[in-house]
Design a protein around this ligand. Structure first.
Ligand code: SF4
Length: 269
């Protein structure tokens, strides 16, 4: 027979655990509020790990405050991007694999599906042909994906050391969880307009992320001019569209960092 004292102790322990759990959820929620307001995050690795543990109650709490669900996915993708950016930048271009979703293609795309993904023939109906040329000129592996299992297959086959994926918040979140498990540095670029067809991406940001180098703004002049040319070439193929705020913030962040490094460089001259 279990004594009455043991039951009291047990129920107190359960109560304590519930209080600690609620406190952790509130603490993470507050950290997220700080992140959304200031863009600052303390101990990002711990925060990401803890968010994964209490995701469901965290989402419930967010709904209570009428915060959209996708904001949490944006936050996780963005925090992971910042966390892995320096390691990603150190990986040589030839060891980077770029995965582009097929929904970015023109609906009239003539490309055929192959075991290596969709084989773009640069027909000029969308910007992916130019993007492929840009990636090839750097030496990156470039794939137009047909499914998420395709990414796993290509990772196993080509063993890249870094991955860049483009997708909607749901796909990126899923992909980023998967890549985080294998500990590979990854960058996710959100689609500006999601959906299953005729989607859009912020091309300039995508090319800058693909070309990230160890010295973050150390893009060579030729890469810079290639980015500018491609952007102009395909301006009419992919019309700009409204960005989700999170994407816009990340871009502003990038521009700010470029400015800072430029200032630093000129003061060193
Ligand atoms: S440029 Fe676009 S539409 Fe043309 S083949 Fe390549 S992916 Fe398809």
């Amino acid at each position: 027979m279990v004594s009455a004292d043991a039951w009291v102790l047990f129920s107190q322990l359960i109560l304590l655990l519930i209080i600690v759990f609620i406190a952790v959820v509130i603490l993470i929620f507050l950290s997220l509020l700080v992140y959304w307001r200031t863009g600052r995050v303390f101990v990002p690795r711990v925060l990401i790990f803890a968010m994964g543990l209490v995701e469901s109650p965290l989402r419930m709490l967010m709904r209570l405050f009428r915060i959209e669900d996708k904001k949490l996915d944006y936050a996780i993708i963005s925090i992971r991007n910042n966390l892995y950016r320096p390691t990603f930048a150190k990986v040589p271009y030839a060891r980077r694999a770029i995965f582009i979703p097929q929904c970015l293609r023109s609906p009239e795309c003539p490309a055929k599906l192959s075991p290596e993904g969709i084989q773009c023939v640069n027909c000029g109906r969308c910007g992916l042909g130019e993007l492929k040329k840009f990636c090839n000129s750097l030496g990156c592996m470039f794939f137009i994906t047909a499914s998420s299992t395709f990414i796993q297959r290509m990772v196993l086959k080509y063993k890249p050391e870094a991955i860049l994926g483009v997708g909607c918040s749901l796909e990126l979140r899923e992909g980023s969880d998967m890549i985080a498990k294998i500990g590979m540095p990854a960058q996710g670029v959100l689609l500006k307009r999601s959906g299953c067809v005729n989607t859009r991406v912020d091309l300039e940001r995508l090319m800058h992320t693909i070309a990230l180098s160890e010295v973050e703004t150390g893009l060579t002049d030729s890469i810079r001019s290639a980015i500018a040319d491609i952007k102009d070439n395909i301006a009419n193929m992919w019309k700009p569209d409204e960005c989700p705020k999170e994407t816009a913030d990340v871009k502003t962040d990038f521009t700010k960092r470029i400015k800072l490094v430029k200032q630093k460089r000129s003061s060193n001259l």
